[in-house]
Design a protein around this ligand. Structure first.
Ligand code: MG
Length: 343
């Protein structure tokens, strides 16, 4: 009656160690789902993040709990299935996004439609993605900047004691537009303001999550004084968070692994427009499967930061393409993602 479900995890190996202000990783174990019915397979990926109380275990547990629902459901009752799975546990956005992704992939493949048509987005209206440079020693940062020569916009991770050395290393290689992500690393508002003033003279476009996510009053103080736009990332998971950010931020970084999927991400975009706030589509470290899903939101956004797959040595999927930073959706039905044959 319902779907045949297969859940597995796969180790995604990073090209460079991935370091941000709170953690460092050499690989990422993401969880994948395949749901099959009538000879059609829907694919999904969960890129869990410990910052949001998620782990490999919690993700697998959630997907195991969702399996009986998928095994007995009819795809026609898609929204009901999504709602039922959402109520299995609070949080676990990555696992929820994974299930929704697979269902959307299956439904649109069955209909013979590309996902962009189902979502009503114009796949011609794509943006250029930024390319992220994680924290590292200056000589490695210079190497990373050289490796990213095809990308016109870099996203630089800061929030350390030696932010000046990082920016010096980047600027010794390039004068490209930079976006800065402090990942909550500046704990003091005076320090945050000082750093943002310094960055404003260095061709930096905006600053993401300068202070800890719960510091709403400090962010309002900072927002009144900062000479650069400020974007929320860790401070915004879903549409319920958006009203709390007004007055503290100019924009939000939407990630499907935080929101629990594309449909909630669409609600976030609508709500952000009424605030008004600018919209960036971001990602976790993930394969081309998850990144292609998220890229379907780019036609509705102002900025794209979808490079999680580009940081990998062993991407198991083929989907989104990037040329000189321009994101190109695959011209296929469903998500348009295929598993590479060597896997
Ligand atoms: Mg961020």
């Amino acid at each position: 009656m319902g779907f045949h479900v297969r859940i597995y995890s796969e180790r995604l190996v990073l090209r460079h160690q991935w370091r941000i202000s709170r953690q460092v990783d050499a690989f990422k174990d993401n969880v994948f789902i395949e749901i099959e019915r009538d000879g059609i397979v829907g694919l999904g990926e969960a890129a869990h993040n410990p910052r949001y109380d998620e782990s490999l275990d919690s993700t697998r547990r959630f997907l195991d709990a969702a399996t009986p629902v998928l095994e007995r459901c009819h795809p026609r009752h898609f929204q009901h299935v999504i709602d039922e799975i959402d109520m299995l546990a609070p949080g676990q956005g990555a696992a929820k996004a994974c299930v929704e992704m697979a269902l959307l992939d299956w439904i649109t493949k069955q209909a013979g439609w590309p996902l962009a048509r189902y979502l009503g987005v114009d796949e011609q209206r794509m943006l250029q993605t930024s390319f992220s440079i994680g924290l590292d020693e200056p000589e490695i940062i210079r190497k990373k900047v050289r490796e990213a020569q095809d990308f016109p916009i870099l996203k630089i991770k800061l929030g350390t004691e030696h932010d000046d050395e990082i920016i010096d290393a980047v600027r010794s290689e390039t004068d490209k537009i930079l976006r800065v992500d402090a990942n909550e690393g500046w704990k003091d508002r005076e320090l945050a303001l000082e750093r943002i003033r310094w960055l404003s003279g260095l061709n930096v476009e905006f600053v993401e999550q300068p202070m800890p996510a719960d510091r709403h009053d400090d962010m309002k103080w900072l927002h009144q004084r900062a000479p650069l736009p400020l974007f929320a990332d860790e401070a915004v998971k879903n549409s319920r968070d958006i009203p709390t950010l007004v007055g503290g931020y100019d924009g939000i970084n939407i990630k499907i692994d935080k929101s629990g999927g594309l449909l909630e991400a669409l609600r976030m975009i609508s709500l952000a427009r009424t605030c008004p706030m600018r919209v960036m589509i971001g990602c976790m470290v993930a394969s081309s499967l998850s990144i292609t899903a998220a890229a379907h939101l780019v036609p509705l956004a102002d900025y794209a930061d979808l490079d999680g797959n580009l940081l990998l040595q062993n991407d198991p999927f083929d989907g989104i393409k990037v040329e000189k930073g321009w994101l190109r959706l695959p011209k296929r039905i469903g998500l348009g993602v295929e598993k590479k044959s060597r896997h």
